[in-house]
Design a protein around this ligand. Structure first.
Ligand code: ZN
Length: 224
């Protein structure tokens, strides 16, 4: 299959985490340490990044209960390495929200087994090395479990109309704001996920990190 698409990664990416992981990241030669990866996330098992610093900051603050444990890694992409890898890595890019995007997320969210060998994508179309696209913002709070259950039932019955019905209802919920307005796709935020732990680890360089100060606000700690 010939694919005539070229993509470039942003120069700087961010990863929201909490302070207890900083030592691990500093110690580890690679940011792509798959021991920390979890399978049941939007785009599957992988290292989650974003080009949106504020989004990483908000994610980290929410996941540390807004205490001063919140922390955001600032990561430089080594473009020389990326260009070397470009020919050999596969990418799956969702340019915007769609039923296909929702189905992909549901499939991966219900998978509890780590590792590429356990990924729900079929062997004909293996999970890409890098997957990027919109976040399913707030999906966890929007009955994701129930939709995943209904989706799995419809698939088991091999009932395409029922699958479509589940996807269209979830799409509507995800794309509707508090006031009943249709959300702009850019509201969802963006994620870039490295899903192959064997990608050359030198692709990502940990430049420094932002930490939430006890008195509030964020300070930057440079590492190189
Ligand atoms: Zn997959």
């Amino acid at each position: 299959m010939k694919v005539n698409v070229r993509t470039s990664l942003p120069d700087t990416l961010y990863h929201g985490t909490t302070k207890e992981f900083i030592q691990e990241f500093k110690k580890s030669r690679s940011l792509l340490d798959s021991r920390f990866w979890k399978p049941n996330k939007d785009f599957g098992w992988g290292f989650y990044l974003t080009n949106d610093y504020k989004q990483a900051r908000n994610w980290s603050a929410e996941n540390s209960n807004f205490d001063d444990n919140a922390c955001v890694l600032q990561i430089k992409v080594n473009m020389v390495i990326f260009k070397q890898l470009e020919q050999d890595i596969s990418q799956h890019i969702f340019l915007g929200p769609s039923y296909e995007w929702i189905e992909y997320i549901l499939k991966h969210r219900i998978n509890k087994s780590p590792g590429l060998q356990n990924d729900p994508c079929s062997t004909e179309n293996p999970h890409a090395d890098i997957v990027s696209g919109p976040m399913a913002r707030g999906l966890v709070n929007k009955n994701c479990g129930l939709f995943a259950f209904e989706y799995r039932k419809a698939k088991e019955k091999d009932h395409p109309a029922e699958v479509d019905d589940v996807l269209s209802r979830l799409y509507k919920i995800l794309m509707t704001g508090k006031n009943g307005n249709t959300l702009n796709a850019s509201y969802l935020g963006n994620q870039i996920v490295i899903c192959n732990p064997d990608i050359n680890a030198d692709l990502l360089i940990l430049e420094g990190y932002w930490e939430m100060a006890p008195e509030g606000g964020w300070t930057y700690v440079e590492l190189r």
